[in-house]
Design a protein around this ligand. Sequence first.
Ligand SMILES: [Zn+2]
Length: 421
Amino acid sequence: MLPNLTPDTALAERLFDELRAATHDGVGITREAYGPGEAKAHAIVGAAAAQLGLEARHDPIGNLVMTLPGSDRAAKRVLLGSHLDSVKTGGNYDGAAGVLAGLAAIAGMKRAGFVPARDVAVVAVRAEEAGSWFPVSYPGSRGALGLLKPEELALRRQDSGRTLAEHMREEGFDPGFVERGGRTFSAEDTAAFLELHIEQGPVLDAEGIAVGIVTGIPGSRRLRKARVIGEYNHSGATPRKYRRDAAIALAELAHRVDERWARLEAMGHALVCTFCVLETTEEAGFTKIAGEARFQLDVRSVNPRSVDALMETLYEIVPEIEARRGVRFELGAETSSRAAPMDAAIQQGLTRAAASLGVSHRAMASGGGHDAAAFVQAGIPAGMLFVRNQNGSHNPNEAMRMEDFRSACAVVTRWAAEMAQ
Ligand SMILES: [Zn+2]
């Protein structure tokens, strides 16, 4: 029989306030990956963990691990957490909510005198938003899991021009850990990873549901530098049959791919498809037929077959438009990422916990990428719990109701206690 454990959400609320005060940039929240904002956040959370009497330490590349020891220290740990960095002028909850929920859970356990059968730990991962600071994804969690490649340490931060390794060293950490193949967590010592995160999208708020139980993190296929080459000509003097109009060719492609997306969705596929850039070039102008157009395409789904189905359509349509409109597509190299399905048993456990606590919930795919994907890649069963939030994320207006956060913390605590029994 599990004791009735209550997460210490008052502690989490106090820490949200402290984080906001320490990292507000005048407009929003800025906690640069491997920079001063992130360091301040780690200092605040690390000090709170030490005050609670938890074991708190940074691993060699700066991930903060806070542990409530279990009765069997050799048993695989249950791990909770998320990241503490943010995009430039972002919100206070993206990332921090998952770290503070974990801390609230183990603080509640400690307060109740609950000794888990195995360690329950919380990790504050470094640099999850690295993508907006460094051209590398998840260096903190991948570094902790032995998945970061040593050559990625040489990638430079866009604004500072200095490498990831240099930024790590400046913050007092040791990038040599990555070169030596070090690991903070592995499938041999970690039973499960659970990341609570704000939803970042409108679904839960629109449907009046407090939490989302995530089925998976989508994989993607992307065209980052695609072009359509036609011919610049006078818009008045060139009859239709002599035109090689790159803008209209691209418009047709976008329209037909979008229609195909709608048909796939009607057939039950869950995917998203975005022409992130759709433009003519600087040479375009009034009284000219566009001789060149550029686009970026981002297709994502938890199910790789859905992404493939849409991309196949694109590759079928392109030669047909080329032949009919006298243009040439240069699609460029495709980049892709693998989907990360969330562990089925964790999804069931979260569903049980939410149901028994009377917290409204639904299953849903993640829209964005998260550290949990790196844990899946390392063979560690992972789950995610989304919290209803308002105004999206990565912006200063990002919001979350504390009552929803408290409900989600209760689900996390119940699940973690059951896992660590
Ligand atoms: Zn995040």
